[in-house]
Design a protein around this ligand. Sequence first.
Ligand code: HEC
Length: 174
Amino acid sequence: MKSSHSFALLFAGSLALAAVAIGYPALGAATAPATPAGGGLTILEFKPAMDDLMTMLIQPRHMKLYYAGQQKNWTLAAFELNEMGAALRRIGQTIPKYRNISVDATVTSIFTPKIQAMNAAITAKNPQQFTSAYADLTEGCNTCHEGLEHPFLVVKVPDGQNFPDQDFRPVAAK
Ligand code: HEC
């Protein structure tokens, strides 16, 4: 990690030197045009919106959490739940207010208790408790969608397998 970092620095440094040597402005210098004229790569600034973040960060973890629980893979279930909670916090930081409603406050009031109940079921390694906490958590998704003016966005407990490239069984059971 450290050595690749210093390699990257060295590499960047030699690029800058080479640029100076051949009389071109160094990479990233103020004189470099932001958008190259006549083609070339243009990197657009992309700020994911709430629907993008839900699709990228929340929906997959919601499913993976379920598959892990179905396989009694409590380590993976705890991981996915934690990922989902952390992603919700990041969403609150990126989009503090959605349609003038505080995202953090909505998560805290609607969703945090569901995450805690889910966590308790995973810690107890109890499949029945998992199933009921999962249904309840999923209701929490929909309560927030209703609260944030999207009642037509309805999520449900998965009724099919997804992510065929990931093994949800506990490592010891393989
Ligand atoms: C803080 C409130 C909140 C919580 C909690 C929440 N969502 Fe959302 N979600 C939204 C909002 C608001 C939208 C609509 C965003 C938009 O239109 O830009 C949305 C959109 C979505 C979408 C539609 C994205 C698309 O483009 O098709 C999905 C799927 C989704 N959420 C899944 C979930 C799941 C699964 C959970 C629970 C694990 C969840 N959401 C929890 C607020 C929330």
